[in-house]
Design a protein around this ligand. Sequence first.
Ligand code: KDG
Length: 350
Amino acid sequence: MKKLFSLFVLAMMVLVLAACGGNEEAAEGSENEGEASGETKTIRAGIGLNDSHPQYLALLEWKKIVEEKTDGAIKVETYHSSQLGDDRAMTEALQLGSQEVTIPSTAPIANFVPEFSVFDFPFLFPNEEVADKVLDGEVGDKFLGMLEDQSLVGLAYWENGFRDVTNNERAIETASDFEGLKLRTMENDLHLDAFKALGANPTPMAFGELFTAMQQGTVDGQENPIPTIYLQGFYEVQDYVSTTHHIYSPFVFLMSKEFFDGLTEEQQTIVTEAAVEAGALNRKLNREAVAEYAEELKAEGMNYNDVTPEARAEMVEIVQPVLDEYAEKIGKETVQEVYDAVAEAEAELE
Ligand code: KDG
């Protein structure tokens, strides 16, 4: 009898130890938790543009790479056309951990990290090649590092593109043509102040509300890159498009820091490298599209005019005091670092 009882106690001890060991494995942190339990991690990725835009096509490529390279350990759900909210709301959702990825322009990011406004300095980047060099280099990395204090991780820079003005009043030939225009801008104080200096009457608005505002005449116009103007059907509610090219607008591929930190090192490398690879596709598709979509806008009946370098130079002069004011706010050294990186990139590309 005694022997039987000892065997029973021994068996119970073995069972209890096995159960504790299993819990310890799962408790070592989410990186093992997932593997131990084999659960799939789900990424909710939302953007403001629609499903025909190069940004969304590149996001689908990112999804494909990540799901393949993680053998399905990570599943990506993609949402377009502000289905998960506007840029600011989606960025806040990443901070709260209720969404994992969004890819806003740098302009709304400046509401979280003010230094990002420097990338929206009018006429900062002379062309895409210089923008790529600066953003993908040391300076760009330094700015991505600033996101971590906001519970965000910046994985890569993508391309929104050179912004042009559309409106229903007149062609923008010179700076004086901005006078009195009710112009929608992104939610960024620098954009507002720069267009006020040009004589416009700017109003900040989430991207998802813009089409209706133009349709109802709440605003006379807006400014966005040609691919967005065409693919979002702005030609249906706008008469004039003028290639001011006043800002080169980067996107930043943002991930929730809480979610990123919960990935294994291998998964962190996969999502980051995939963001760079899909970003290259985004830039390629965006740049290939501009000339074609410009022709499409003319075919849709828009009055299309190219703004001359002289007119742009006049606009630069007018907005310069605004840039000097923001350089003080952001930090003159930080702004100078970006200017130096632009000059260095231009010299290297000559
Ligand atoms: O999701 C990206 C959009 O929000 C982007 O197009 C932002 O350029 C933008 C705008 O004008 O709001």
